[in-house]
Design a protein around this ligand. Sequence first.
Ligand code: PLP
Length: 447
Amino acid sequence: MTTDTYAQVPAAALTGSMRDFRVPGGADLLGRTEGFYRWQDLRRQNGLWPFSRATEDGPKTICAAQDDSGNRMQGVNFASQDYLSLASHPEIKATAIETIERCGVHSAGSPALVGNTSHSVSLERKIAEFLNMEHVVLYPTGWGAGFGVVKGLVRSADHVVMDMLSHSCLQEGANAATNNIHLFRHLDNDYCRDILAKIRAKDKDNGILVITEGLFSMDSDTPKLLELQELCREYRATLVVDVAHDLGCLGKEGRGHIGMQDMLGKIDVVMGSFSKTFASNGGFVASRSRAVKEYLRFYSAPATFSNALSPAQAATILKAFDIVDSLEGRMLRLELLANVLSLRRELTEAGLEFYGDPSAIVCVKMGSEGLARLVSRRLPGLGLVANLVEFPAVPKGAARIRMQVMADHSEQNISDAVRILKTAKTEAEQELESLGNEAQPARRTAA
Ligand SMILES: Cc1ncc(COP(=O)(O)O)c(C=O)c1O
């Protein structure tokens, strides 16, 4: 496939971002959504809207998918989050089927009422034991757990101090809870200390929640957790660590960075999602206090006023924890790590750069949004399904193609992906060059 296959792209489809439409003006709440739709559709019409895709038979390593205009694609899949390939594991599937046969498909109630099942109660115990944390609250999604732990604990006079790259669920929880939000430079514990000292110099009476992640999902890097936890003790703050991307899949025992940094059972509050490694929607918050658990169950809206995980979801996740905690889990983590290292090695050999430390997340650097969109446009035709990530999810000019590795990827899948990415990037660079300055980011923004 050559550059000529693609029609000339209007500059407005290569510039602008979703941020431009976050606060649309005007009194017509419905009508003012149209600006975003026009810009999105311009991108769509030019093959530059790679979001809202649907797989046909689930998130396998080779998959068929459709974009939101119904165009089909088929190829190696590095866009799904199923790090240990448990979503199609035979025992997990059998567990889900058996549970549906026995319990039906729905929890039919909030965890605060009668939505719990024997499976969800066992799952709470399993996670508590796995994390050495004693008490666990389940949530219907990881997003709900992140939002819910912040909104559940923080009141308007309190403070939230968070790593500036913390996930949307944590940021939204903070925005909903208080105006006293302080962001610190990514992974910069000294910066965090300065903020804590300033807050405590003025306010001795209110709470401070410090928020970070075990493994950041766009940069694949990690904070020094002991240092951060000690800082929290010093300034009477509480630490929450979101372990969505490392729990289960990283470290010899699968305890993620908390385990690798010898912090098991030593973090104030651990929050996580099941959707990356444990083959289901859902999330949890773990602490060492029954009081915290009971409080969140009744004062954290996604745990109180939303229906519980279905019995099949709870049973699936429980089975996934059993596998993660077994010899098989250890082997799967070794396979995942071998794939990650192969991908990183082959990318380097191909002259492609990526962010961060070895983990299931390998984000390949593209730079400008325009170039990244042109690269992403070529991927389905060449046989690669991978996600485009651009501002505001990452800084402007630091767009990337995010590859999420699974234990079941083969060497061939990895080589194919790298070859395709290399071809797409080389062709897209030529195309961008031929489009001239108009398509360069600084020159124009979308209306
Ligand atoms: C760091 C982090 N926290 C929380 C979530 C939310 O989890 P879920 O998608 O399972 O609701 C995600 C998922 O994108 C995430 O990346």
